[in-house]
Design a protein around this ligand. Structure first.
Ligand code: AMP
Length: 214
């Protein structure tokens, strides 16, 4: 199965991808996680990306494309869930061609719907383990007590000024990608309000339905 998760920052793409890894055996491809790791490693890619990410802007397409291309290849072009890619029509076009040329198109793009008002609240309570990159939420998934609390930080781009910018970028540049996939009959819309498990169950139901229709 090859799918992409779509949604605003804070819609729960990362958490849902983790549940799909656990319960559907998919491999998680998050361009955001790869970029944050590159910054931690001090690599050239990280250096190019850092400024854009801290500002809440999109990293240039050529940088992210190379990462997505390698990650999809590393998965053997199958059994993956993309999270945070594609984020522009240009990226979606490139991905369609890349996968179709290989004979491995996406089964579906699952759009997780959450209103902006809920997003801002959710992101303000998001924390991340600066060493492992694991995400937490202060109310719904607090960091476990055995994790060194000095490692638990707020992402620079989760601070209020960056969040508003990321939402603007999402509506201007990323939202049109939803229509792109709708027109190609690949879009599955899922209500993103509720517990992680509720949303996961909705996604699994939709994917089962799609697979049984093939
Ligand atoms: P995420 O972890 O998916 O919220 O991504 C964090 C940040 O990484 C984004 O705000 C962008 O700056 C950058 N990023 C991740 N994926 C992409 C992408 N597909 N295109 C451009 N920038 C990206």
């Amino acid at each position: 199965m090859r799918i992409a998760l779509f949604g605003a920052p804070g819609a729960g793409k990362g958490s849902q991808a983790a549940l799909l890894v656990k319960n559907a055996g998919l491999k998680h491809i998050s361009t955001g996680i790869i970029l944050r790791q590159a910054i931690r490693d001090g690599s050239e890619v990280g250096e190019r990306a850092q400024h854009y990410m801290e500002q809440g802007a999109l990293v240039p397409g050529s940088v992210v494309r190379a990462l997505a291309e390698q990650a999809v290849k590393d998965c053997g072009f199958d059994q993956f869930v993309l999270d945070g890619y594609p984020r522009t029509i240009e990226q979606a076009d490139w991905l369609s061609k890349y996968l179709e040329d290989n004979g491995t198109p996406l089964l579906a793009v699952v759009s997780i719907g959450v209103p902006d008002s809920v997003i801002v609240n959710r992101i303000s309570k998001r924390r991340v383990n600066s060493k492992t990159g694991e995400n937490y939420h202060l109310d719904f998934k607090p960091p476990p007590p055995d994790v060194d609390s000095s490692l638990i930080i707020q992402r620079a781009d989760d601070r209020p000024e960056s969040v508003l910018k990321r939402l603007r970028v999402y509506h201007d540049q990323t939202r049109p990608v939803e229509d792109y996939y709708r027109r190609r009959d690949l879009l599955v819309e899922v209500d993103g309000i509720g517990s992680f498990d509720d949303v996961h169950a909705r996604i699994m139901d939709s994917l089962r339905e799609l697979q049984s229709a093939i």
